[in-house]
Write a protein that binds this ligand. Structure first.
Ligand SMILES: [Ca+2]
Length: 487
């Protein structure tokens, strides 16, 4: 064989290898609900770059998180295990401090071990959840993770002494001064510096629209206050939700709708959330443009997701910490080689499915311990049927089962909710008290997690436990006194 032929064969071999080992651009968003143009959760959402990504691949229009709060949701995505399996329900502990997850091979670790050049910047793991010594086992390189900034003087006028993060408004300065701009730039730099002879796995975690929601004025100007529409709400929406539903978000830094109304801040918050989302979308666009320019887009899988949603007045609250649509419904997009373009999958899927799907897309061996299911059938044909509903858990004993039509919620004290999502997308009418729905509730309840462990030792913040013997609920270490209910 001539030397020239050998070179040719080597080149072909390399090409085949590259096709089997595509790059991955893994984009996470923080607290982003379905207020994304292509998802239609709010017609005022302005997200041209995420919409274009969805067009270039497959958009899951009915994707749900496994926990409606940062650390448990991200821990679930990255370990491939449910919160009900790991007991990670609070803002602590991180995965390496929990017996069940101490030694699991995480999603990034799987790529690192298999020879991908792995890089992370911004928020992928929950901030502070991994000790310094554990970091290099996850990603080869840890880039910058700047925090959201806010002006010296508080902007939003909230009653009491709200924590510093509960603030929003236009920010003096330019785009370059913000965390998300710098996070996008760090991912772009990593893209440019990725060795040509190795596949890359670049994880880029944006921070907006998490609070505090600040962005330069021009992004607010795209959402004029005088044209802004507030989310549809029903004033007596909580009349038919069980008392226990309040326990899931008993005392939060996020204000109740009543407080926003008293202070005239509701519109400003809605505007800031829309503006923060549009700004974050622009940073996604910068990163995707850099990928196109790099010449490696044809061999790169892009996956975009958010850790959970956010209420902006719906069900009379703001924030997450609920088992309703506004908290659980998230964007999820896959694009790249072998993935159907301009496709919309309407079936209920879970963020837990990302891990097994990425293993399949990159020809890595499946891991039987993962609790999600590969989305390969839906990425080839978005109408392909799917057996499983999406399960969301918020502390032990509280679960939601969401399929293509229904949402069934069971709380730790046994109380229930049932919504017909097609007829009642706002979840205004709880059908659980109707005896005629007993059979349906029983069918949906069969999907409740069979394993549901107590919260892991070291759990703090947003923790809730319930003792059925004494009917006592405990929120963040303090017994809940229902007479303190403050809607
Ligand atoms: Ca979050």
């Amino acid at each position: 064989m001539t030397a020239r032929l050998l070179v040719l064969f080597a080149a072909l071999g390399l090409h085949a290898l590259a096709a089997e080992r595509p790059n991955v651009l893994f984009i996470a968003i923080d607290d982003q609900n379905d207020w994304i143009g292509c998802l239609g959760g709010n017609p005022q959402a302005l997200t041209p770059n995420i919409d274009a990504l969805a067009k270039s691949g497959t958009l899951f229009t009915n994707a749900h998180c496994q926990a409606p709060i940062c650390n448990p949701s991200r821990s679930s995505v990255l370990t491939g295990l449910r919160p009900s399996t790991t007991g990670i329900h609070g803002l602590t502990p991180g995965i390496r401090a929990v017996a069940r997850t101490k030694d699991v091979v995480t999603l990034p670790q799987s790529f690192t071990r298999a020879g991908w050049k792995t890089f992370t910047c911004g928020k992928i793991y929950h901030d502070g959840s991994l000790a310094q010594k554990d970091r290099s086992a996850e990603f080869n390189t840890w880039g910058p993770a700047p925090s959201l900034g806010s002006p010296a003087a508080r902007v939003a006028k909230l009653p009491g002494s709200p924590i510093r993060a509960m603030d929003w408004g236009p920010l003096p300065g330019g785009d370059e001064d913000t965390a998300d701009y710098q996070i996008s730039s760090a991912a772009i730099k990593a893209l440019h510096e990725s060795p040509a002879d190795k596949p890359f796995f670049i994880a880029c975690g944006f921070r907006l629209p998490h609070v505090p929601i600040f962005a330069p004025q021009k992004w607010f100007d795209l959402h004029p206050l005088d044209q802004l529409e507030l989310p549809a709400i029903q004033e007596d929406d909580r009349k038919d939700t069980p008392l226990f539903s309040w326990h899931l978000h008993w005392k939060l830094p996020e204000p109740r709708l009543s407080a926003l109304r008293q202070t005239g801040e509701w519109k400003s918050l809605v505007r800031a959330y829309l503006a923060g989302t549009t700004f974050m979308d622009d940073q996604v666009g910068r990163l995707l443009a850099a990928l196109q320019k790099s010449g490696r887009a044809d061999n790169t899988i892009v996956v975009l997701w958010s850790d959970h949603g956010w209420h902006l007045g719906e069900k009379l609250i703001t924030g997450k910490n609920t088992l309703w649509e506004r908290s659980t419904h998230v964007p999820l997009i896959f694009a790249g080689p072998g993935i159907a373009k301009d496709a919309r999958c309407p079936h209920a899927v879970e963020l837990l499915d990302i891990y097994p799907t990425l293993l399949d897309l990159t020809a890595q061996p499946a891991r039987p311990e993962l609790e999600g299911h590969t989305l390969i059938p839906q990425l080839r044909d978005a109408t392909a049927s799917r057996e499983w509903p999406a399960i969301t858990t918020h502390n032990q004993g509280n679960h939601s089962v969401r399929n293509d039509r229904w949402r069934y919620i069971r709380y730790a004290d046994g109380s229930e909710e049932l919504y017909n999502e097609l007829a009642d997308p706002h979840e205004w009418k709880n059908l659980a008290s109707d005896p005629a729905t007993a059979g349906l509730r029983g069918e949906l309840a069969k999907w409740l997690p069979k394993v549901d462990v107590p919260m892991a030792p070291g759990s703090t913040q947003r923790t809730l436990s319930y003792d059925p013997a004494t009917h006592t609920a405990v929120w963040e270490g303090k017994v809940i006194d229902p007479s303190e209910l403050d809607p």
